[in-house]
Design a binder for this molecule. Structure first.
Ligand code: SF4
Length: 314
């Protein structure tokens, strides 16, 4: 292949891969395995949306479940980084489960916003993916007062009158630009719309999207985004690259790359969603080098090294 392609340069986005919330959730599950070596550890939903991470934990004995009823009474159950609704918490109490809550603090913040607005008697519009664990968990704080929209096509279905007291909440891992467009339309339809003081999209998501835009600005013709298809933030990286004018693919790992997509490409951009382990990125860099790439340059848009989240309490 290396003799047939025209690859010369690899631009590597920074930050990329694991965010602070994902790292924290993985550490929590690792600690649970260490602390309770003789008990089965259950995890409600995938701890983070990455197949490789989940398979690794499964090999080490963790059982991932989508239904609390199947978990034996008094077991240990970890809540994933995406959070859970109060109704799930109630079920765990009924079953006397010992719970370890690895919900990302940035997701928890949106739970508090939903609770606050619902208590104030407001209706909530939540921009997010209807079946995503995070969206289900967050709107579950006040299901009777919440309506999820994914795109502008859903706006006519919002069951609130235009003069309602409406509050807006967004999923943490959306595309910043798409969300802004939707917000503008919602502001026009609902003049009383209240928005949180700061956008809910987390810095990790925003940094990775800004990084992709810079990859394209600096010449990447094809952006390879590594991440699982069910990872919201990884999917958005592909969309952001395309919108910036490059070709883009989302792959679980570099072995999945269709070599035909490299035709007429000189400069590749590489990034990864917030739930992808660094070794998969290193593997990809190594593979591109084996294809003849000589120049690897990092494109940095932000420093996340100072984001320290408190560890999960076991
Ligand atoms: S992407 Fe953001 S909200 Fe999601 S786990 Fe990472 S830091 Fe938390």
């Amino acid at each position: 292949m290396s003799s047939q392609n025209h690859l010369t340069k690899l631009l590597l986005a920074s930050p990329r891969g694991f965010c602070a919330g994902v790292r924290r959730a993985i550490e929590a599950l690792n600690s649970a395995l260490k602390t309770y070596p003789c008990q089965t550890i259950y995890c409600y939903h995938q701890i983070v949306h990455n197949t490789l991470v989940v398979k690794d934990f499964e090999k080490r004995g963790v059982k991932f479940v989508n239904n609390i009823e199947g978990v034996p009474d008094s077991s240990i159950l970890v809540f994933s980084s995406h959070g859970v609704s109060p109704s799930i918490r109630q079920q765990t109490i009924r079953k006397k489960l010992k719970t370890i809550d690895a919900t990302c603090p940035f997701v928890n913040k949106t739970h508090l916003e939903v609770k606050k607005y619902a208590t104030e008697g407001r209706k909530i519009i939540y921009i997010g993916h209807k079946s995503h664990d995070e969206a289900v968990g967050t709107t579950g704080e006040a299901p009777e007062a919440s309506f999820i929209i994914e795109s502008a096509a859903d706006i006519p279905d919002i069951p609130y009158s235009t003069d309602s007291q409406v509050a807006l909440i967004t999923q943490t891992t959306l595309s910043v630009d798409e969300t802004e467009m939707l917000k503008q339309q919602l502001r026009q339809k609902f003049p009383n719309l209240i928005e949180p003081p700061k956008i809910d999209i987390c810095m990790a998501t925003q940094n990775r999207q800004n990084g992709v835009k810079d990859l394209v600005k600096q010449g990447a013709q094809l952006v390879v985004a590594l991440g699982s298809p069910n990872s919201s933030n990884s999917n958005k990286l592909k969309g952001v690259a395309e919108k910036a004018g490059a070709k883009a693919v989302l792959l679980e790992e570099i072995a999945d790359l269709d070599l035909a997509s490299l035709k007429n490409i000189n400069c590749i951009g590489l990034t990864a969603g917030a739930s992808l382990p660094e070794e998969k990125i290193s593997e990809a860099v190594k593979w591109f080098k084996s294809q003849g790439i000589q120049e690897v340059a990092e494109v940095s848009v932000a420093d996340e090294s100072r984001i320290n989240l408190p560890p999960v309490q076991l």
